[in-house]
Write a protein that binds this ligand. Structure first.
Ligand SMILES: Cc1cc2nc3c(=O)[nH]c(=O)nc-3n(C[C@H](O)[C@H](O)[C@H](O)COP(=O)(O)OP(=O)(O)OC[C@H]3O[C@@H](n4cnc5c(N)ncnc54)[C@H](O)[C@@H]3O)c2cc1C
Ligand SMILES: *[C@@H]1O[C@H](CO)[C@@H](O)[C@H](O)[C@H]1NC(C)=O
Ligand SMILES: *[C@@H]1O[C@H](CO)[C@@H](O)[C@H](O)[C@H]1NC(C)=O
Ligand SMILES: *[C@@H]1O[C@H](CO)[C@@H](O)[C@H](O)[C@H]1NC(C)=O
Ligand SMILES: *[C@@H]1O[C@H](CO)[C@@H](O)[C@H](O)[C@H]1NC(C)=O
Length: 521
């Protein structure tokens, strides 16, 4: 009985993939240079840990989630080139992974035979203080990048994500926002050069790829145009001392009217002030309530912050003792709510912080204040599940100064704030369904309060509910599907992205469920 099962398993799952692997491995060894390219086959004892370590959504780490035929962890640029050429030659889909934060797991899950190219070893940060730029390799996390830059000069930074473990490979490809966005814009707004491997296996930089492709990769979303090897990004000045505060208010402490008021100034206030609102349920009390955290990073000292707060948001009643002065680098850990032992920020180098869960998220943009009655309706829905979260992130400031077509990211002047809707859970299929239904209903409820025609969304918060293309679809069908979510993520920039895609990857080698489609002929 046991033997029969074993043989059956082998015949359905092992032999075909071994056949692919051997030819494929041979191709890799021919194509790659002298140094050995690390390849993990499913029988390698490290396969699971290599697959799982960088994957950030436990929703896609279940036994039934499709697994890659191989995981390749290139050590140098020529290895990436070899991987592209061999995947093409062997008809294998390639998924590129940098930090593994994709909301829909697209960097490590596919429903056709696939290979993961994981850039975990692409980790150098080369800071040029005089030139005012840094070359950052794709597998670097933003926490690592901030850390390496601050080591050279603590008053220099790059505008990138709030969450330190996010990879620059994926994040900068979709725009990339963080606490410096109101002062300096997105990561994508500050990129001045890049190195990429295209579908032909050529290694290109800004000059050799040309301005169209260079435009597309700074916000058009990861996984559509090539494999980013590294980015060159401008360094921006930050003060030696910044100030943080996190003030919590429950419904009983006027959370609803405070959030309502927040909407009126957060995108208009001085660009040194970044104040987001994290809304969740308060736990531990017998009576359920909503908790609003007003979480702030201010590019200056306590005194100036207090005077701005007194003018713009006296209702919060911020007290001097609620403010903490720190370095900009410390503020990264502070905003991410990571522990700093004795002020040490070494936690920013830890790729495994914070812990993982199963989650589903969606995004919205708000252009007109939501009335208090609208907010109250959200709270009612929050009481239906265990761990609901909404995050309101203010726009304005420098974000308004870029035209909608400067880079593919189009959410500029007129945007007050972005909402992230998020729900996490533990448990299996039934719990997954319940929570996904819940967030869909919340999303429907929000319709009257958020942007329209299109109802905009942030590409780095990938959401396959907005539509997806499947491997067996022809170009016409893919294009028609993609237009729907394409308009939400990119507005009018979608058309130009399609043109660039058609020119540089006409065979649609770099593809996934929401990659930019080629123009049907
Ligand atoms: C906990 C958490 C916090 C977040 N916080 C922020 C935030 O503060 N600000 C923000 O803007 N976003 C944030 N995000 C979203 C994040 O920017 C995106 O998920 C981003 O795509 C992640 O990049 P990655 O390299 O970590 O992910 P990956 O999963 O590795 O990649 C994401 C996508 O890009 C592709 N890709 C990856 N590397 C490359 C490459 N080298 N070349 C080409 N394509 C590539 C992948 O194939 C995939 O399609 C957060 C996400 C999570 C899970
Ligand atoms: C697993 O793969 C890695 C990378 O190719 C290799 O160094 C290692 O020896 C392999 N381990 C086993 C047990 O085969
Ligand atoms: C809530 O707001 C009311 C009216 O503005 C005010 O009188 C009251 O003190 C506030 N409560 C708290 C806890 O701030
Ligand atoms: C923190 O600093 C104090 C005083 O210098 C020292 O006694 C303590 O061991 C430090 N803690 C850690 C975890 O480094
Ligand atoms: C593409 O697929 C659609 C749906 O299956 C079909 O109606 C259409 O005729 C196909 N178009 C081409 C050009 O093959």
């Amino acid at each position: 009985m046991f033997f029969f099962f074993y043989a059956l398993l082998l015949s359905i799952s092992c032999f075909p993939s071994i056949a692919v692997n051997e030819n494929f491995l041979q191709c890799l060894s021919v194509q790659s240079s002298q140094t050995i390219l690390p390849v993990y086959t499913p029988i390698n004892t490290s396969f699971s840990s290599v697959l799982e370590t960088s994957a950030k959504n436990l929703r896609f780490l279940t036994p039934t989630t499709p697994k890659p035929r191989l995981i390749i962890t290139p050590l140098e640029e020529s290895h990436v080139k070899a991987a592209v050429l061999c995947c093409r030659q062997h008809g294998l889909q390639m998924r590129v992974r940098s930090g593994g934060h994709d909301y829909e797991g697209l960097s490590y899950v596919s429903h056709v035979p696939f290979v993961i190219v994981d850039l975990i070893n692409f980790r150098s940060v080369n800071v040029d203080i005089e030139g005012g730029t840094a070359w950052v390799e794709a597998g670097v996390t933003v926490g690592e990048a901030y850390y390496r830059i601050a080591q050279k000069n603590p008053t220099l930074a790059i505008p990138a994500a709030l969450c330190p473990t996010v990879g620059v490979g994926g994040q900068f490809s979709g725009g990339g926002y963080g606490s410096l966005m109101r002062k300096y814009g997105l990561a994508g707004d500050n990129i001045v050069d890049a190195r990429l491997v295209n579908a032909k296996g050529e290694i290109l930089n800004r000059e050799s790829m040309g301005e169209d492709l260079f435009w597309a990769i700074r916000g058009g979303g990861g996984g559509s145009f090539g494999v980013i090897l590294s980015w060159k990004i401008k360094l921006v000045p930050v003060p030696a001392t910044v100030t943080g505060f996190t003030v919590a208010r429950t419904l009983e402490q006027n959370a609803t009217s405070l959030i309502h008021k927040w909407q009126s100034f957060a995108a208009k206030v001085h660009e040194d002030l970044f104040m987001r609102v994290i809304i969740s349920k308060a736990s531990g009390n017998s009576k359920q309530t909503i908790l609003a955290l007003f979480q702030t990073m201010f590019l200056g000292g306590t005194d100036r912050l207090l005077s701005i707060m007194k003018q713009s948001f006296p209702e919060l009643g911020l007290k001097p003792e609620e403010c903490t002065e720190m370095t900009w680098l410390q503020s990264v850990a502070y905003v991410a709510n990571l522990p700093m032992t004795n002020g040490s920020v070494d936690v920013l180098l830890d790729r495994n912080q914070p812990s993982k869960n199963k989650f589903k998220a969606k995004s919205d943009y708000v252009t007109e204040a939501i009335p208090e009655t609208g907010l109250v309706g959200i709270w009612e829905r929050f009481f239906e599940v265990e761990s609901p979260v909404m995050i309101f992130t203010p726009y304005g400031g420098k974000m308004d100064e870029f035209s909608e077509s400067a880079i593919p990211f189009p959410h500029r002047a007129g945007t007050m704030y972005k909402i992230q809707h998020l729900v996490t859970w533990t448990g299996g299929v039934a719990e997954s369904r319940k929570h996904r239904d819940w967030i869909s209903k919340l999303y429907s409820y929000m319709t009257p309060y958020v942007s329209k025609s299109p109802r905009a969304a942030y590409v780095n918060y990938r959401d396959l509910d907005l539509g997806e293309t499947k491997a067996n679809m022809n170009n016409t069908e893919s294009y028609l599907r993609a237009k729907v979510w394409g308009a939400k993520y990119f507005k009018k920039n979608f058309d130009r992205l399609v043109q660039v895609k058609t020119k540089f990857d006409p065979e649609n080698f770099f593809r996934h469920e929401q990659s930019i489609p080629v123009l049907p002929s």
